[in-house]
Design a protein around this ligand. Structure first.
Ligand SMILES: [Ca+2]
Ligand SMILES: [Ca+2]
Length: 136
């Protein structure tokens, strides 16, 4: 059995080429379901200990979070404190997010948190509600 697994891995490595990567949103957690009434519908999965965790290497970022039944929740990129508005308080929030390498500080959405994100944040701030949208 060990030999078979090694062979499979070797084949997989042999087919890896320089192609773009795509990983669809998914969950490997157990359970989940939908509750509904005449007015409301709630879908979810409990037991997602990976929510909020970010793994990052030089080239890739993997963020854990809660799945949704539709679109990924978004916010204005300039809204760094998540209060739903773009205000000067978001400058301090961007600095705080930058210092702890919070993914929200990646304002230019290139997968890296660098000083270039400050320029992107200023541009997004100046665009106000017409600014770019980022994932929550
Ligand atoms: Ca804000
Ligand atoms: Ca960035």
């Amino acid at each position: 059995m060990k030999h078979a697994l090694t062979t499979v891995l070797a084949l997989g490595a042999g087919t890896a080429t320089a192609q773009p990567f795509t990983i669809e949103s998914s969950t490997i957690d157990a359970g989940g379901g939908t509750l509904s009434s005449s007015t409301y519908t709630l879908s979810g999965t409990i037991g997602q200990p990976d929510a909020g965790v970010t793994l990052q290497s030089a080239n890739f970022t993997l963020r854990g979070g809660f799945w949704t039944s539709g679109d990924t929740p978004t916010r204005l990129c300039a809204d760094q404190n998540g209060d739903g508005i773009v205000s000067p308080a978001d400058f301090s929030a961007w600095v705080a997010n930058y210092n702890i390498q919070d993914p929200r500080a990646d304002t230019n959405q290139d997968g890296f948190i660098t000083p270039a994100d400050f320029s992107a944040w200023v541009a997004a701030f100046n665009q106000g509600v017409n600014g770019p949208v980022c994932p929550n």
